[in-house]
Design a protein around this ligand. Structure first.
Ligand SMILES: N[C@@H](CCC(=O)N[C@@H](CS)C(=O)NCC(=O)O)C(=O)O
Length: 209
């Protein structure tokens, strides 16, 4: 276990981006000090978080020198640099670029679509997404399914999104797939490679439901 308990992670529990960092830290066995924030009670909009992050979003990491990092991938990259093993962002020019490519694609073409569907159609998001535009949410569902189809094809060939090993791109993909349930996005049963991959990812010790 790597000791990083002098770092404070403002943690939003089950929200997708906080989960992304939680899974990453668990994979790398890094221990930080967690400061839970009850996002259901909109605590992320209260002064403590708002003064540290004007965007009022989580996760948020406070470094020992007081530096504040937000953006899940920035936080993950910071820890990858501090504790390089196990490597999750790639080794060498080609693998690093491939992981970055899939990570960005999944973030922009999948997680974003699923999140828009969730935020603009789910009643629980009415105080978060103002105004909710249900038509926009609906419009994103087929786009998420289209990208999931591409992932399914890819996972027919490879055990993991970026090839034969688990990387940060798998973490981003699983949080998008998990968010699909409350977003009411239903994938065709024939996406068997995607489903098989998801079962394997959810069985990893690092998986945070
Ligand atoms: N791009 C940021 C997104 C962070 C983000 O949107 N976090 C959500 C939780 S998953 C949040 O804090 N939302 C608060 C809100 O929308 O009010 C990242 O990758 O960390």
């Amino acid at each position: 276990m790597h000791d990083a308990t002098d770092h404070i992670l403002f943690d939003g529990g089950r929200a997708p981006n906080p989960r992304r960092v939680a899974i990453f830290l668990a994979e790398k066995q890094i221990e930080v000090t967690k400061q839970p924030v009850d996002m259901g009670a909109l605590e992320h909009k209260a002064k403590t978080v708002a003064t540290l992050n004007p965007l009022m979003q989580l996760p948020l990491l406070k470094l020992p020198d007081g530096t504040v990092l937000t953006e899940s991938i920035a936080i993950c990259r910071y820890f990858e640099a501090l504790f390089p093993e196990p490597n999750l962002f790639g080794i060498g020019a080609k693998e690093m670029a491939q992981i970055e490519m899939w990570q960005r694609r999944i973030e922009l073409e999948f997680v974003f679509r699923v999140a828009q569907a969730f935020r603009h159609t789910h009643r629980a998001m009415a105080d978060w997404e103002v105004p909710q535009v249900p038509e926009w949410g609906e419009a994103n569902r087929p786009k998420a399914i289209k990208f999931a189809q591409l992932l399914n094809q890819r996972l027919a060939e490879y055990a993991y999104v970026c090839g034969d090993r688990f990387t940060v791109a798998d973490i981003t993909a699983i949080i998008g797939l998990d968010l699909s349930k409350p977003a009411k996005i239903i994938y065709p049963e024939e996406f068997e490679h995607l489903n098989g991959w998801a079962d394997r990812i959810r069985q990893r010790k690092s998986y945070v439901p």
